[in-house]
Design a protein around this ligand. Structure first.
Ligand SMILES: Nc1ncnc2c1ncn2[C@@H]1O[C@H](COP(=O)(O)OP(=O)(O)OP(=O)(O)O)[C@@H](O)[C@H]1O
Ligand SMILES: [Mg+2]
Length: 277
């Protein structure tokens, strides 16, 4: 799944302080990333190296830029005409902001799920196949191949046994947990490398949250997951690395245990101890 050739061909030397090559394979790397909404600067000099196959959580008080950073990775911010970005964002070694890169390719490599599950008002089966049809409209697939794709995606998100007898039912009738899993399943047929999740459990009850966290854990390894969460307990349980942001800047990026047990910055300690945010 991970394209080592692309990383190896990355032209720029690693950032100062970054780990030596070979120790952790990097899926997403930002350098001097700045972003403005009109005249308002929302991200300042963000330099990050996010490990492939890991779950990395983004935490920080409301308005600190978590969603903005997440949405930069698949360039979804650009739908707003007044957004300006400088710096670079490499996904598997390729700068997704480069003029030669096609947006559709970026969206294929980098899938995204949102706070509220947003299945299309179509059948469960057609939801899973939707992205594939969008990305490869001219490619004819045999029915058996389509069925296989649907089954594989639904099995991966631990939904197959629940829905296999009602694939033609309307997806919007599923429970919120099932809808969120379906929204993840719908990304998989186009073979993304990175999955972005912006507070994927905030609309779910505790049991459904646990189920989606279990799924995230299943997906790690094959996919690189970057999740935004306001829930400190979730960041601790469900991520291996954690990034703390404040006022558009990255304050600290560390292994989750390290960040929670021995944070380097006072601001991080104050936040995780609930002193603000
Ligand atoms: N579409 C937009 N237009 C203008 N400003 C925006 C837009 N989206 C976000 N901002 C501003 O950019 C800053 C970062 O917002 P962002 O939504 O990324 O924060 P966040 O950390 O995700 O917050 P929350 O935890 O509340 O979701 C905030 O000051 C916000 O008001
Ligand atoms: Mg947000």
């Amino acid at each position: 799944m991970v394209d080592r050739e692309l990383i190896a061909s990355s032209a720029d030397p690693p950032l100062p302080g970054a780990e030596p090559p070979g120790l952790g394979f990097i899926a997403v790397e930002t350098r001097a990333l700045n972003l403005w909404y009109g005249r308002f600067q929302a991200l300042f000099d963000v330099n990050l190296r996010i490990k492939a196959g890991c779950i990395t959580s983004l935490i920080g008080p409301s308005g600190c830029g978590k969603s903005t950073l997440l949405r930069s990775v698949n360039r979804i911010n650009e739908r707003l005409g007044y957004v300006r970005t400088t710096g670079s964002i490499r996904v598997m070694g390729q700068d997704v902001l480069a003029p030669s890169v096609e947006l559709i390719q970026v969206r294929k490599q980098v899938g995204m799920v949102f706070q509220r599950p947003n299945p299309l008002p179509l059948s469960i089966r057609d939801n899973v196949l939707f992205g594939l049809r969008l990305h490869e409209p001219d490619r004819h697939r045999r029915r058996s191949e389509r069925e296989e794709i649907v089954e594989r995606a639904l099995r991966t998100v631990l939904l197959w046994d629940k829905v296999k007898d009602r694939l033609h039912h309307d997806a919007t009738a599923l429970s919120l947990e099932e809808q969120q899993k379906l929204c993840i399943a719908r990304l998989l047929p186009v073979k993304p490398v990175v999955l972005l999740m912006d507070e994927p459990c905030s609309a779910l009850d505790p049991k459904a949250t646990e189920a989606v966290e279990e799924l995230m854990w299943e997906l790690r390894g094959e996919y690189t997951l970057i999740i935004v969460t306001h829930n400190m307990a979730q960041a601790r349980r469900a991520s291996e690395e954690c990034i703390f942001m404040l006022l558009g800047r990255v304050v600290e990026h560390a292994a989750t245990d390290t960040l929670f047990v021995t944070p380097r910055a006072k601001e991080t300690a104050d936040y995780i101890e609930g002193r603000y945010g």
